[in-house]
Design a protein around this ligand. Structure first.
Ligand code: NDP
Length: 259
């Protein structure tokens, strides 16, 4: 699965799944544009990518800001001249019940990060992807099909919207030779909880507990999600478009029986 000379944009590349995706693409010879807001964390990922010899473009950007989204596409084209693969991975989770006072603020921030930014980036990358007959992989969640637990309506709605956007865009892109798919992970051990402000020991015990939600009695590591993303982005998946790939250690299988 060589990606030599391919140009890949990865959003949310400073930690977790996005970092693993950036590093794996670099290992496979791609030139990678790594997007995130946290410069310090992004630098650590850049160092790991550069070890493999591919070129790395660092883009300190907030995907919720229009001018930053434009900058991501413009600077990638300026540096590398094309875009082959767009991995829309940046995402956040925030808790609020539908009737809470802050519900609309939570809804707006989650939808803007998890869905609007993906629509915007795909919109601006479209002509470049059409030129290369490239493809898009979105990082969704099993929350797109399952209501998870109370007070996560904003996250679940954003991921369900993301999957429907993916299918609609796949329909539009198909005649142009561009594919678009999503991966839908169950629990993955990342900084997702800590990035929400939860302390490390609480986050560790949360992830340990989540393995009880699965039939395989384990949760995924970011690299396992990255492997599936690289497969979908590769020519081996040339017949795949408009599809959501659940990767959850059997979480959805067990879900109806353990709540
Ligand atoms: P992390 O919190 O480790 O990573 C999230 C990444 O998104 C960070 O690199 C963060 O970078 C970036 N990000 C967040 N907001 C913005 C923004 N406004 N602009 C630019 N970058 C942003 O979590 P994960 O790796 O777990 O999450 C990655 C994706 O996987 C998300 O879409 C999440 O919904 C999805 N997912 C995760 C699961 C899990 O169990 N971990 C399960 C199912 C899906 P920075 O803060 O530097 O900007």
């Amino acid at each position: 699965m060589s990606f030599a000379d391919k140009v890949v944009i990865v959003t949310g590349a400073s930690s977790g799944i996005g970092a693993a995706v950036g590093i794996k693409f670099a290992e496979e010879g791609a030139n990678v544009a790594l997007v995130a807001r946290n410069k310090v964390k992004l630098k650590e990922v850049v160092a790991k990518c550069e070890k493999h010899g591919g070129k790395v473009l660092v883009l300190i950007a907030d995907v919720t800001k229009n001018e930053d989204v434009k900058k991501i596409i413009e600077q990638t084209i300026k540096q590398f001249g094309k875009i082959d693969i767009l991995v829309n991975n940046a995402g956040i989770i925030r808790k609020a019940a539908v009737w809470d006072e802050n519900a609309i603020d939570v809804f707006d921030s989650v939808m803007t990060t998890n869905l609007r930014s993906v629509v915007h980036l795909t919109n601006l990358a479209a002509q470049h992807l059409i030129q290369t007959k490239g493809n898009v992989v979105n990082v969704s969640s099993i929350a797109a099909v399952d209501a998870m637990s109370p007070e996560y309506f904003a996250y679940c709605t954003s991921k369900a919207g993301l999957d429907q956007f993916m299918r609609s865009a796949a329909l539009e892109f198909s005649p142009k030779g561009v594919r678009i798919n999503s991966v839908n992970p169950g629990p993955v051990r990342t900084d997702f909880e800590q990035n929400l402000g939860v302390n490390k020991s609480e986050a560790d015990s949360f992830w340990d507990k989540t393995k009880n939600w699965t039939t395989l009695d384990r949760i995924s590591e970011p690299e396992e999600i990255a492997d599936l993303i690289l497969f979908l982005a590769s020519d081996k998946a040339r017949s795949v478009t408009g599809s959501s790939y659940v990767i959850d250690n059997g979480c959805l299988l067990k879900r109806p029986y353990n709540i």
